[in-house]
Design a protein around this ligand. Sequence first.
Ligand code: AHR
Length: 507
Amino acid sequence: MSSLTAVIDLDLPGPTISRHVYGHFAEHLGRCIYGGFWVGEDSPVPNVRGIRSDVVEALRALRIPNLRWPGGCFADDYHWRDGIGPRDQRPRMVNSHWGDVVEDNAFGTHEFLDLCEMLGAEPYITGNVGSGTVREMSEWVEYVTRADDSPMAALRRSHGREEPWKLPYFGLGNEPWGCGGNMTGEHYADLARQYATYARNHGGNTLYKIAAGANADDYAWTEALMKVSQKLGCGCDPRGFFQAISLHYYTMSGDWSVKGHATDFDVEDWYVTMRRAHRMGEILRGHANVMDAYDPEQRIGLVIDEWGTWWEVQEGTNPGFLHQQNTLRDALVASVHLDIFHRYAQRVSMANIAQTVNVLQAMILTDPDSGALVLTPTYHVFEMNTGHHDASSLAVHVKGEIPTRATDGADVPLLSMSASTKDGTALVSLSNLDADAPTSIVLDLRGREVTGFEARVLTAPTIQTHNTPEHPDAVAPVAHDGVRRHPRGLEVDLPARSYTTVRLVLA
Ligand code: AHR
């Protein structure tokens, strides 16, 4: 009999978990765009207008709500006019951040927005504050969103797109404290207001403008932005200069000089990694506290538009391409983060895991030689969680002590949970972070009758297990029969190192 019970009041729905916390990120970095999404129209790899069909098909199953592009650090080097017009006439540039390779601008604004339409995802474009001009940013927004015969709308039409696109999300630069210009928070805060002023709402398109936020626990950065975000009565957008502030935090078992190996790690590395994943909760709390002081009504969103694991690059690959494998450990890092985002549903309006294909904690890895496509363990967590999109969060109260493991100067909880409800169902997510020991938990389900249930589990024989073209389903979800009725609700077996989802049908 398990000593742990989780109480869930099924009739007390909390804030909505925006589907946008399941957003993704695609930068001009390594093989994310080129070779990942984009193969070109003449490629033997099946494609539609140059975009890989198998990648689109796999990602559509995740119901990607939004896609961030073109960076990342690349965004503040990117000049959008280089990426429009006939491809053979587009100027080249050096991608100095990522591999020092020459970029031919084959994938630009039209290609990105075409990709978003294929995916059914809303575009999130990050503008260039670091090395671009206010006019350049302003004209980009006009080019994409304006309907009449304005100069930029006419230019767009001359390149074959009659109707404007909808552009809901717009980033005001990226990491200005680092690759985006090495600025102080105060200097950037002024620039964010200036650039936001000229990133205009055209016709029916209203931009949700996202100021480039802090690195991890740099709460002073968030404070510098919050101080200036909401000056009203200035003749500008009554919603304030920007509607959200971003945050970047990466998980690694080492530090920035030696981040840790993606597949060759031991149990201690596993627990350190889980500790670092849990840190996201502490960091969110710190930023939320600062934001609450200036914005108690929680109108300004927190957008975690870069998160995920960052390991040493795979041996034999370009160090600037950030190509890494993805094991069961990455899957559980993802599930822990998503639980945290669910708990902060009121403040966290969006999140974007880095990055969708072939870079960092990817959903998909493609083989550069054979072109074979592999779904990663992280992909499966995102797929298992689609039921949380736009669902109402449910508080999960644990009775009893969650087991912990001392590591990295802290006690790491070995269980992570969250729950939500929508459309007469509920979804409960349960991560058992114990590398070796199975456990079980009683779900004390109150307030509504549960007429049916089904469960799936993602686990593997070892913590290092990962998917390859030869073994594409080494880590893949299967139906879980370890769930049974209990006088209080359900009892769920949780295998060691596993992620389980239980879907409840409610009367
Ligand atoms: O995601 C990789 C890089 O990490 C991004 O370009 C940058 O914003 C961050 O430092």
